[in-house]
Design a protein around this ligand. Sequence first.
Ligand code: GLN
Length: 496
Amino acid sequence: MTTPSTDPNSSSFFDPGDDLTTRVQSVRDGKTTTSLRLESMLTAAESTNPSLHAFHEVLTDFARATAASVDARLAAGEDPGPLAGSVIAVKDNICTTEGRTTCGSRMLENYRSPFDATVITRLLDAGATLIGKTNMDEFAMGSSTETCAWGPVRNPHGINRVPGGSSGGSAVAVAAGIADAALGSDTGGSIRQPAAFCGCVGFKPTYGRISRFGLVAFGSSLDQIGPLTRSVRDAAAIYEVLAGVDSNDATTSDLPVEPSMADGPFDPASLRVGIPREHYTTRNHPGVTERLERIIDSLRAVGATIIDIDLPLTDYGISTYYVIAPAEASSNLSRYDGIRYGYRADPRPGEGLEELYARTRSEGFGPEVQRRIMLGTYVLSAGYYGAYYKRALQVRRLIKQEFDAAFTKCDVLLGPTSPHPAFQIGAKLEPISMYLNDVYTVNANIAGIPAISIPGGMVEENGEALPIGLQLQAPAFHETSLLRIASTIESLVRSA
Ligand code: GLN
């Protein structure tokens, strides 16, 4: 369990023969046990947390008890489920009855959920061992994990750099070998962008594929849970456990969830890869452009058809997202009033309820969350609703139609996950520059389509070798073909 090297010549890729899928098999084959594997990860968590800060809480006792019971069941010839033997980390906005669920916020510092999220129940039922809760931007608002009330998370590929966000702790847990995989949530890119910055795979399924029951709501029409992993087939394995209808979430789809990797990778010669012109601009880091060009060349070399696609609404995504997401957040976060949940300011003599609410929310929420609540309240106010919120919903429809048209010409869209690799801690604290990180990721949430980030190799910046991500997007509910195509491109990228 070593931290990835920061040596610029080091390989950017995980060993393909050492992912969750193979590790789980080695436990089944009796070569190791869940408990032994867990102990080495607990040691890694303890030794790296002071520097990397991936975890807010390590669930040592619970994890040990689960691992021991998984091993006992395997020894007794039972099948504890497809994820038996695996160790998984969970973003701290996903409710667990074990430990706290803080959302990286003082507002929920001591919150203990009375129920498990559906995804937690499904992971445990599949035999997974949960190692702990990972740090995140406060209420998942951010792209760097710097808004976490417990301090920033650091990138193992460059200790003074951000891991991306908001699922930064989950990405670092996977990148630094402290978990086989992790769960994140993605409202505008929060699984894919940290996966890109940390050299992992990050998968956001179609809106409605995975239950949001027990995910603390940020932007309910955009939020989706998904895995961060070492390989595409790991992402598929976890996705298949999590996906499917849930009576506790009326937005889940009852479409069947197919075993995505059953038919193996896609034949590259039959692939139609769309390249959105608007994702190849001068705003991209030169190393990102160079890597992409090499990967497109190697796709051509194996016979894939490369198709130029126009997505002229790309740049409207950020403005649309930053109206819709804060609007929904301002409504979702109104429940934190100091009375029903979480933090409450010390009452002052003679103070009324309104003042107590206001002080509780001013003290409990950090500046970015307050900014979003104000922005959201403003765009929903009677005088501005039509000019901002209603207009954003209209643009949302147009963005969806733009994707629908693109997918009549190609099977997937390929581009960078982020315009640049991980940036220095503190470099993008000005909100607009932070928001622009997500220029390529928000539109998948706006349209509700599935999207995955896979490692794209390393680029150099100031003498540091940093991972970049490639994003693949597909039509709604086409997870099976997206994962198969991603797996094909994943192997191509290694040699590009
Ligand atoms: N970075 C975006 C934001 O700050 C997206 C966050 C997310 O996907 N949770 O809102």
